[in-house]
Design a protein around this ligand. Structure first.
Ligand SMILES: Cc1ncc(COP(=O)(O)O)c(C=O)c1O
Length: 396
């Protein structure tokens, strides 16, 4: 059990009401018989897998997906009973664990099944989802021969159950739909192949957030389950998609710290590693206790943070655990600093941070390290905190 107390002045607030809202909004827009799978891999895109999973399940999701078997097991051990799918291939020797803990696995090739069979000693069955590579080029069967080899390998042991099949789109978030349509067409063909081989997967899924936001009512694009990731956290799958969102996404994560040291420096003083910043005048400098080891990456060095409702520039290089910023005047130590989120009338979004790093919002939230405690809010109240650096036994 991880600790709930923390002893540092940096934390991420996670608004579970925002997650609930984003799930409910999507659930009411998709056809009733289309299941919503909440993607909570990578610690719920940095938001906290367990809390997000519980919130999603309470608000209309009926499945969960993660990337790693370890992530699935952690959810099971913490009491999650809903179906969980591991989206990436796992080493075949772990098939017994999957069977024991009722965790569904992704399969991409007959060889994996053969090796899993050789290791399979558990009595319980294991559910498999066939991954189809329709153009993502990552994992999955690509042609009829691979489909047929895979299905016949699976059939050699009745404990293997073909529960699902899926594909993943490479360009669903882009305006140009040509490649998306190509992939979609290929997937329809693959569904036919699998059915011609006599398999009847109960769940067929292809829609990620972008697909589901674009075609919420179009069953033909959704089959009978959608995999809802980034939009559940309140973020648009791409900047292009912002203009076509069918409802307002509520952002769930904000990132905060406090000034731990404030001083006035003289004109000409240098700040930080490499002495890259030299104060052009006498000025007030604040130190903020978050650095690149927290996922507050060095690439943010020329950006702002929010203090007292205004933008204050970061000065000098970001250190491993701290950075410095220029203040308009003295502020007391303990003053709140917002790195992502609202502060007064100002806001810096994860999208703005992504632009600053020339990356995507997914990377910004996933990168916030677990050593930054997460504080969970529900109905406007703090309901939990998590600090995986300490165990519950360390709490005083
Ligand atoms: C296989 C798979 N399905 C679904 C998702 C969720 O995608 P999104 O976060 O864009 O909704 C991902 C995310 O990377 C994925 O890899």
């Amino acid at each position: 059990m991880t600790a709930t107390s923390f002893y540092r002045e940096t934390w991420a607030d996670i608004d579970l009401d925002a997650v609930a809202n984003n799930v409910r909004n999507m659930k009411t827009r998709i056809p009733e018989d289309v299941a919503l799978l909440a993607v909570v891999k990578a610690n719920g895109y940095g938001h906290g897998a367990l809390q997000v999973a519980r919130t999603a399940l309470d608000n209309g999701a009926s499945w969960l997906a993660v990337a790693l078997f370890d992530e699935a097991l952690a959810l099971r051990k913490q009491g999650i009973e809903a179906p969980i799918l591991v989206l990436s291939p796992i080493p075949p020797q772990h098939v017994n664990h999957a069977a024991k803990y009722h965790i569904a696995l992704t399969v991409s090739d007959g060889e994996w099944v053969k090796r899993a069979r050789e290791n399979y000693t558990a009595e319980q069955s294991v559910s498999l989802h066939i991954s189809c590579d329709t153009g993502m080029g990552r994992i999955g069967i690509r042609n009829k021969d691979e489909a047929s080899t895979l299905v016949s390998e699976i059939r050699r042991d009745p404990r293997f159950v073909i529960e699902g099949m899926f594909t993943h789109f490479a360009t669903a978030d882009q305006d140009d739909e040509a490649y998306f349509n190509e992939q979609y067409g290929r997937f329809e063909m693959m569904v036919d192949w699998i059915q011609e081989l006599g398999a009847r997967p109960a769940v067929i899924h292809c829609g990620n957030s972008a697909t589901t936001l674009k075609y919420p009512a179009e069953r033909r694009h959704l089959f009978n389950m959608v995999r809802y990731g980034i939009a559940m956290y309140g973020l648009s799958p791409s900047p292009e998609m912002v203009k076509q969102l069918p409802f307002v996404l509520k952002r769930a994560m904000s990132l905060h710290s406090r000034l731990t040291y404030v001083k006035q420096v003289e004109k000409g003083s240098f700040i930080g590693y490499g002495a890259t910043y030299q104060a052009p005048d006498d000025e007030w400098i604040g130190t903020v206790p978050i650095g690149y080891a927290d996922g507050w990456l060095r690439g943010f060095h020329d950006t702002d943070v929010l203090i007292d409702g205004q933008r204050c520039p970061i000065v000098g290089r970001i250190c491993m655990d701290q950075f410095m910023c220029r203040l308009p005047h003295a502020y007391p130590e303990g003053t709140e600093v917002t790195l992502i989120g609202k502060n007064g009338a100002e806001e810096i979004t994860a999208d703005e941070r992504a632009q600053q790093l020339q990356t995507i919002n997914y990377e910004v939230t996933c990168t916030i390290h677990p050593r930054v405690p997460r504080v969970y809010w529900k109905n406007g109240k703090k309901i939990a905190t998590s600090n995986p650096i300490l165990t519950a036994a360390d709490e005083t």
